[in-house]
Design a protein around this ligand. Structure first.
Ligand code: THU
Length: 138
């Protein structure tokens, strides 16, 4: 399989393995309103992996993105920093995290978090440039 564009930023990291975990998580999505299932997976700096799926609601606006579940699992299982992230649609295609979820990723991974985007592997500082974050409150 051809390597993912930008994967030289962390040679040897198993991006396809991480995507497979996101696809598996996507299979648990509850998305009866949009019919748009999403799965997300991330590596944590201690080697754990965390995953999430979107969970919608009859009150459409309170839908939980896949990243919400992932970040909750991060904290439930010991915290730490996200180092690698990918999210997928129901066809297993890489999609971009929504704007709100980029903010969640920034909080829990910061500038150095590597994200598999629709245009290859990028740092979060490219996915969410000039981000507002914890440093702004210091
Ligand atoms: N969705 C996510 O789970 N993550 C994203 O980053 C993009 C959007 C979900 C929310 C909603 O359940 C569905 O995709 C359609 O917007």
């Amino acid at each position: 399989m051809a390597s993912v564009e930008g994967s030289e930023r962390d040679p040897g990291f198993d991006w396809e393995g991480l995507r497979a975990l996101a696809v598996e998580a996507m299979g648990h999505a509850y998305a009866p309103y949009s019919d748009y299932q999403v799965g997300a997976a991330a590596r944590v700096d201690d080697g754990r992996t965390v995953v999430g799926c979107n969970v919608e609601n009859a009150a459409y606006g309170v839908a939980l993105c896949a990243e919400c579940g992932l970040v909750s699992q991060l904290h439930l299982t010991g915290g730490g920093r996200l180092t690698h992230f990918v999210c997928v649609n129901r066809d297993g295609e890489v999609i971009m995290p929504c704007g709100r979820c980029r903010q969640l990723l920034w909080e829990n991974g910061g500038a150095s978090l590597l994200c598999w985007t629709v245009s290859g592997i990028k740092g979060m500082d490219e996915v969410l440039p000039d981000a507002f974050g914890p440093d702004d409150l210091a």
